[in-house]
Structure formats: C-alpha cells, structure tokens
Design a binder for this molecule. Structure first.
Ligand code: ADP
Length: 159
C-alpha cells in the first residue's frame, strides 16, 4: 500500500493543489491531505472550513482522505504509515525552500518526498493570492475548486 501525505495550510485549497492531488492519484494507493495546524499562523479560514472545502472537492474520490495534524510532518507520516510526502513545485523559489525541507525530513526519517511540477495553467495560483482576491471582492471562483464557497453568514478574517 503506497500512502502519501500531502501536507499544507490549504487556506484555502486552490486549483493548483487540486491539480497536484489529482495527478498523484495515479502514483499512490492513498493520498492523505493533511492540514498542518500551526498556532502561529493566522489563517483566513478555520481548520474546519479548510477541511470541508477539501473533503467536498474530493467527495467522489475514495483514495483521498483529509485530516489535520500538529507537530513534525515526518512524525505524522510514521503515525499514519505514509512512506511518501507529496509536494508541488511552482518555481525556483519553491524548489529552494522545498529542497531544504525534503533534505531535513530525509535526515530525520526514511520518508521520501515526491515532487510534482505544477500544470502550467495553475502554476501562478497561490492561497495567498486567492485570499487577496477574496479580501478585495474579486472573482476568486476561477482560482479554486467549486467546493470553496464563501458562506455569507460567516465572517472571514480580513488578514
Ligand atoms: P504551505 O503552507 O506548507 O506552503 P500550501 O497550502 O501553501 O502550504 O501548499 C501546500 C503544497 O501545495 C506545497 O507543496 C505547495 O508548493 C503546493 N502548491 C501550492 N500552490 C500550488 C500550485 N498553484 N500548483 C501546485 N502546487 C501548489
């Protein structure tokens, strides 16, 4: 059973994340999308909202599971028996950052990080740009899966 952990903040999930998860389905038996709960990070969406957006986006895909975690990513991989970490690469800046993390994780454990290059048409998308568009009243729906819908009754943090 090849299980990969796809860790991130997913604040919110974007079409870029969606593309990476979708393409990785051919490589792994199970993909666990794990929202890292980091108290220092001030997120726009609550953990519950972020989880629901991802769950709804993959409601028809039994190989995708969604969860949250705290602490070291490699410790969580061991806990859920994931042999791989999945990450997406958009540009050289991502590469430099991800390289250091992957080397560190490989030093701390035997877990391999598998990188997928983004599809050209979603390579410019980031959660922070999506948040900016939302904050300024723009049409964010072209950047995210359909499951990401703003509930008018919920107040999002205008970070
Ligand atoms: P983090 O806070 O860990 O960077 P993110 O939710 O921003 O969490 O990203 C999680 C993963 O998704 C990272 O590997 C990141 O490179 C990747 N990613 C983010 N945006 C895109 C995109 N547009 N296309 C492909 N991968 C992406």
């Amino acid at each position: 059973m090849k299980r990969a952990l796809f860790p991130g903040s997913f604040d919110p999930i974007t079409l870029g994340h969606y593309d990476i998860i979708h393409r990785a389905l051919d490589l792994f038996d199970e993909i666990v999308v794990a929202i890292g709960v980091n108290n220092e990070k001030n997120c726009m969406f609550s953990v519950e909202q972020r989880k629901e957006f991802i769950e709804k986006a993959f409601a028809d895909e039994p190989k995708v599971k969604v969860t949250t975690y705290q602490g070291l990513t490699v410790d969580f991989c061991k806990e859920i028996k994931a042999q791989f970490i999945l990450r997406g690469l958009r540009n050289p800046a991502d590469f430099e950052f991800e390289k250091a993390i992957a080397h560190t994780n490989r030093t701390l454990s035997k877990i391999e990080t598998v990188f997928l290059l983004t599809a050209a048409k979603t390579s410019f998308i980031s959660s922070s740009i999506v948040r900016d568009v939302i904050r300024n009243g723009g049409n964010y729906t072209v950047l995210v899966p359909e499951s990401v819908k703003l509930d008018k009754n919920v107040n999002y943090k205008k970070l």
